[in-house]
Design a protein around this ligand. Structure first.
Ligand SMILES: Cc1cc2nc3c(=O)[nH]c(=O)nc-3n(C[C@H](O)[C@H](O)[C@H](O)COP(=O)(O)OP(=O)(O)OC[C@H]3O[C@@H](n4cnc5c(N)ncnc54)[C@H](O)[C@@H]3O)c2cc1C
Length: 443
């Protein structure tokens, strides 16, 4: 069933998970949408990425479960194995966290970023016929009271009612929105990461147990370092990430080839199984990924409220939240609902309402990346003995039980009224956020 057309023209810049979701949801809500993307062709890039149940709920609505059925076979299946947390030096399993219950209409998913991205990209382009212009780097953004637009590298100008800057952590759109260049800072941590075939892992008697009984997920935690290792696709592929202190300044690039010798040095006092795992890594598969931190931006929207940041361009996440991609998807769902509810004549108030509905929740979820990291990096082992589940990976209902579309529909009217008529007091603050988190501007 196709939605009633709203006549709202939307340009999305960036075809990552944030941009693709924004475009898919804009089409679902009846807007006309096109995507402009820098990369010339789709490549299967990256390694492990996580989506919470709050993303699964969004995916499930696409093609009434069809997209989930395409994603699921690519994802890790920990139904029997769960997540095992080890003490860094002895290797003893200090907590065995069972898998989250299976929720078919809101499945949490973890898999290869590039493989999952291709499924969503193909769904948007081939199933929904959303125009995706590749090899189209955007060099400028512009807006006035009545429209917004982009300039491509080839000089072409394109206009719309609203432009969504889903252009990632090195966002160009952010410059226009903020009016200055906001250089990313080092978070003080970096992640070595790798994804490769588990062939050598299966041959080594020390590591073959991870390949012989389906998918597995193990973590070792210690002072200022944690190491996560999973086998996937029935033990045929494997992936590991090691988060450690790193004070390097970062400029243009934050992802480099990694050096295995440096990883071994960090792990030299650790359970020897960790070294047995990482030494199988092909040199070309090892990436040194500097974790970018950004102070919360004062705003995600431009002066005339026709250009909005979305996903990593507005709010980069630490991997320990396991919510970066999911929150970018929630942004897209919210924006599409706000535009539909406000209508074409009130696009600017819709964009401001989008920010109000998202800002506090995003900040609160962002914080969980730091709390989980600190939980693992500053472990009080005596307390863990008393209460092993205290180091479990958090699965709070306010994060995972959240339905972004329902929340936007239920709270739109109040937040929109505050934007168009001045702030309205709210009786209660649902799910850890306020519905009026940015100053009201009368549209
Ligand atoms: C190549 C790549 C690999 C990644 N690998 C991992 C991983 O292994 N694990 C993990 O957890 N996260 C990974 N991430 C990050 C993760 O996908 C994001 O944090 C999350 O999905 C939020 O996505 P986003 O859409 O906001 O931003 P992104 O996923 O960064 O997408 C932004 C998109 O905008 C495009 N873009 C940027 N500038 C312009 C411009 N001027 N004009 C047009 N298009 C532009 C980029 O090419 C990119 O496709 C990766 C991101 C990228 C781009």
């Amino acid at each position: 069933m196709s939605a009633t057309k709203t006549g709202i023209k939307v340009i999305v810049v960036g075809a990552g998970f944030g941009g693709l979701t924004a475009a898919i949801e804009c089409q679902r809500q009846g807007h006309d949408v096109e995507i402009y993307e820098n990369f010339p062709q789709l490549k299967v890039l990256g390694d492990i990425i996580s989506f919470g149940a709050n993303a699964g709920r969004i995916f499930y609505r696409w093609g009434q479960g069809e997209v989930v059925s395409r994603l699921k076979p690519l994802c890790i299946n920990l139904k029997d194995y769960g997540f095992r947390i080890h003490k860094y030096d002895t290797g003893e399993v200090v907590y065995h966290q069972p898998s989250a219950p299976d929720t078919p209409d809101a499945p949490p998913m973890h898999g290869h970023r590039g493989e999952l991205h291709k499924v969503i990209f193909d769904y948007a382009r081939d199933d929904l016929k959303i125009p995706i212009h590749l090899d189209s780097p955007v060099t400028e953004y512009f807006e006035d009271e009545s429209q917004a637009g982009i300039v491509l590298k080839n000089g072409k100008r394109v206009t719309a009612d609203v432009v969504i800057g889903a252009d990632g952590v090195r966002s160009k759109a952010r410059e226009l929105v903020l009016g200055y260049f906001d250089k990313p800072k080092s978070s003080g941590y970096a992640v070595w990461r790798a994804w490769f075939p588990a062939t050598e892992m299966a041959k080594d008697p020390r590591t073959k147990e991870f390949c012989e009984h389906g998918d597995t997920f193990n973590g070792w935690i210690g002072q200022d370092v944690h190491f996560l290792f999973s086998t996937i696709k029935g033990g045929k592929n494997c992936s590991w990430v090691l988060t450690h202190k790193d004070e390097h300044d970062i400029d243009e690039s934050w992802s480099f080839p990694g050096k295995l010798e440096e990883v071994k040095e960090v792990l030299k006092e650790w359970d020897p199984l960790c070294t047995a795992i990482i030494e199988k890594t092909p040199p070309t598969a090892l990436v040194d990924w500097k974790l970018v931190y950004r102070d919360p931006l004062p705003t995600w929207i431009s002066k005339h409220a026709r250009i909005a940041l979305l996903g990593d361009s507005a709010h980069p996440f630490l991997p320990t939240s396991a919510q970066g991609a999911t929150q970018s998807m929630e942004d897209g769902v919210t924006m599409a609902v706000c535009l539909k509810r406000a209508g074409r004549g009130k696009v600017q108030a819709a964009v401001r309402t989008y920010q109000d509905l998202r800002y506090e929740r995003v900040r609160k979820v962002q914080k969980t990346g730091e709390t989980t990291r600190d939980l693992w990096h500053k472990t009080d082992w005596a307390k863990v003995r008393e209460n092993p589940s205290s180091i479990a990976f958090p699965r709070e209902d306010w994060i995972h039980g959240f339905d972004a579309e329902k929340y936007a529909e239920d709270n739109f009217a109040d937040a929109f009224k505050a934007q168009t008529e001045g702030p309205a007091p709210k009786a209660e603050t649902p799910l850890g956020m306020t519905a009026n988190a940015s100053p009201a501007v009368v549209a």
